[in-house]
Design a protein around this ligand. Structure first.
Ligand code: CO
Length: 206
């Protein structure tokens, strides 16, 4: 059984670094192989649908993703459909390159294991293509839309030192508990209208 790694939180410098690319020898070597096992178990233990190496303190271009059927079955089916949330098999992505396929903006709540206990509305593009190397160093291409595209955008951002809090609509940030308590039944447009905009607040202060 692999070790569960410590996930670092926002404010740790490693989350703001640019991660370096891995060599083919590293990807195929025993250390990265062990790290992949540990990252998989750490992601499942959290639980989360993605984990990037900087989140466990390592500034290297390595990501694991997985959205399991049991996670999706736990949610409201209509909501899962609206979010375009579909199963993502476990996948390792080393040195990923992301291309936007459909730049239609989609605004949904998301969270991050490095911003524990909070969620926020983050605009993301609808569809992306990611080219990377898998755990064997073989080229892999993922073309996805909806929730899986959001996971990839979020995780690949981590490799550039970018966090969801950099892209969020800041007035939507809430504890996960308050999101469930106050906003779960609201559509995103209703929520945005209810929390107001920073522009309006600025206007009142001047
Ligand atoms: Co994250």
């Amino acid at each position: 059984m692999a070790n569960i790694l410590k996930i670092v939180q926002a404010g740790h410098p490693v989350l703001r670094q640019r991660a370096r690319r891995l060599t083919m020898d590293e990807i195929r070597g025993p250390e990265i192989s062990r790290l992949i096992d540990e990252m998989r178990e750490t992601m499942r233990d959290a639980p989360g649908v993605g984990l990037a190496a900087p989140q466990v303190g390592l500034p290297i271009q390595l990501v694991v993703i997985e959205d399991r059927p049991e996670y999706i079955d736990r949610g409201d089916p209509d909501e899962m459909t609206a979010r375009e949330r579909t199963t993502v098999p476990f996948q390792v992505l080393a040195n990923p390159r992301l291309t936007v396929v459909d730049k239609t903006p989609v605004e949904l709540f998301e969270g991050c294991l490095s911003v524990a206990d909070f969620v926020m509305v983050v605009p993301r593009v609808r569809a992306v293509k990611v080219e990377a190397l898998d755990h064997l160093g073989q080229p892999v291409t993922l073309s996805v839309q909806g929730w899986p595209a959001r996971i990839l955008q979020h995780e690949i951002d981590h490799l550039r030192g970018v966090l969801c809090i950099d892209r969020m609509l800041s007035r939507t940030m809430t504890t996960a508990r308050n999101q469930a308590r106050h906003w779960d039944e609201h559509s995103i447009p209703d929520l945005l209208a209810a929390v107001g905009t920073t522009d309006e607040t600025d206007a009142e202060l001047t």
